[in-house]
Design a binder for this molecule. Structure first.
Ligand code: PMP
Length: 464
């Protein structure tokens, strides 16, 4: 080789090309792909392996979809059985043995009396489709039009679901206060804050000059997920049930993210004993494949045939994977396990918060956990809350990824680090997750200046 010849540069690793092509070809609306620049090629349980050979502990779990983690053997087996059986994979909304088994398994878990008279509507495949169906159902059944939803809510990205979500820009949906201890709009928090929120809701409905007509329905999440992991107190949920029942307003509970054991009960409403009129379900019920349904009291079933149609309502593989997931969670008591393990993880997060003044709050229910990062250099309000620090949260997410941990951000200002691990994780895996998170927070506080730019965020008890 002549000395003047240049040595060809080593080809960039395949995953870099894939990431580059993604950023060139996919829309500006892409989300997770921006903060998590990895190319998953293999996955099992809690672990994802990237095309670059790196391994990650996945606490995003398909945005809370993977109750059993990636590629659980019972899920794979259920899918293979359908594939090998010669059953049709696309059947619109026709009856099949696979669908029959899914519905039977789902109904076996339903809260309270709902199971006795429930109706199910298979919707288009996403959670947002089921939310739209729920709104349409209650409008038809009540002949009313308006809806009530809560600040901080997230119900999806289609028009009506978005209108009922906290990020709505144009909406006719009436917004109600959701109990949020750390940032209580009434500056009281606790039971008193929840009671005041309930009173506000009641007064809007009963004041003939509130400007709020009786709505077709009220929709709420038992734990706001995307809104920043905010569990509603059980007492407040019961109050919402009483208020809506007394005024013949259907209560729609969105369990898209909280369902199938995630919060420590099979359905999050089970903690409070509340039986909704409509439950919206997706994510985990499809065992990692797309599936969405609404389940509701039969009295609401005033739809005409074809009132809510759709081509993709018969995903046989999703129903088989979903039935296997539901049965596995039920028979292995994974809901209880999520409650116990989640409580222990929350204890450790509480200790972490005591060591870092950039952690304003830690909260959660079961294996739906959140760490709210705040600007320690800013003044606290009367309740002790400081402004959110999204920049630090993004730095923590990045530092987690560097340490092989995938976490999600949520909350009003994207300043809540969210943990949604599979319900199947071991104690050791839970410890590993928290070790990496603690290390990532310590690293991020060392390197990230506060939002004011004045001082780096520091650990409690250490000098800056
Ligand atoms: N409701 C809740 C509570 C959710 O968390 C989500 C998704 N994060 C949705 C609805 C919308 O589901 P999808 O993204 O499947 O449309």
């Amino acid at each position: 080789m002549a000395l003047t010849e240049t040595v060809p540069a080593a080809a960039p690793p395949a995953h870099e090309g894939i990431l580059r092509r993604q950023s060139l070809r996919e829309s500006a609306a892409r989300t997770y792909a921006r903060s998590l620049p990895i190319v998953p090629v293999r996955a099992r349980g809690l672990t994802i392996e990237g095309a670059d050979g790196r391994r990650y502990l996945d606490c995003l779990s398909g945005a809370g979809t993977l109750a059993l983690g990636h590629n659980h053997p019972v899920v794979l087996e259920a899918i293979r059985t359908v594939l090998d059986s010669g059953a049709p994979l696309h059947v619109l909304d026709l009856a099949t043995p696979v669908k029959d088994a899914f519905t039977t398994e789902l109904f076996a878990t339903l809260p309270g009396k709902l199971a006795e008279t429930a109706r199910i509507q298979f919707c288009g495949p996403a959670g947002t489709d089921a939310v739209e169906a729920a709104f349409k159902l209650v409008r038809t059944a009540t002949g009313r039009d308006g809806l009530m939803a809560f600040s901080g809510a997230y119900h999806g990205m289609t028009a009506e679901a978005l209108a009922a979500s906290g990020g709505a820009q144009h909406t006719s949906v009436v917004r109600l206060p959701y109990p949020y201890d750390y940032r209580c709009p009434f500056q009281t928090g606790g039971e008193r804050g929840a009671e005041l929120a309930a009173r506000w809701t009641r007064s809007l409905l009963d004041d003939p000059k509130s400007g709020v007509p009786t709505p077709a329905g009220m929709i709420l999440e038992p734990v706001q997920g995307e809104g920043g992991v905010i569990p509603a107190p059980d007492g407040w949920l019961r109050r919402m049930r009483e208020i809506t029942a007394a005024r013949q307003i259907p209560l729609i509970v969105d369990e898209v993210q909280t369902g199938v054991g995630r919060t420590g009960a099979f359905w999050a409403v089970d903690h409070s004993g509340v039986v909704p009129d409509v439950i919206v379900l997706s994510k985990a019920i499809g065992g990692s494949l797309p599936l969405a349904v609404i389940v509701y009291r039969e009295e609401l079933d005033a739809w005409q045939p074809g009132a809510h149609a759709g081509t993709f309502r018969g995903n046989q593989l999703a129903m088989a994977a979903g039935a296997a997931t539901l049965a596995y969670v039920r028979t292995n008591g994974l809901d209880r396990r999520a409650g116990e393990l989640g409580a222990r993880m929350l204890d450790r997060l509480t200790a972490l918060a005591a060591a870092h003044d950039c952690i304003g709050d830690v909260r959660g229910r079961g294996l739906m956990l959140g760490v709210e990062l705040v600007d320690r250099s800013a003044d606290a309000d009367a309740m002790g809350a400081r402004p959110a620090d999204p920049r630090l949260a993004a730095a923590v997410q990045h530092a987690c990824l560097e340490r092989g941990l995938i976490v999600e951000l949520g909350g009003r200002h994207s300043a809540v680090v969210r943990l949604l691990p599979p319900l199947t994780i071991t104690d050791e895996q839970a410890e590993a997750i928290l070790d990496r998170l603690a290390d990532a927070i310590a690293a991020a506080v060392r390197t990230t200046p506060g939002p004011t730019g004045s001082s780096p965020t520091t650990m409690r008890g250490t000098s800056p």
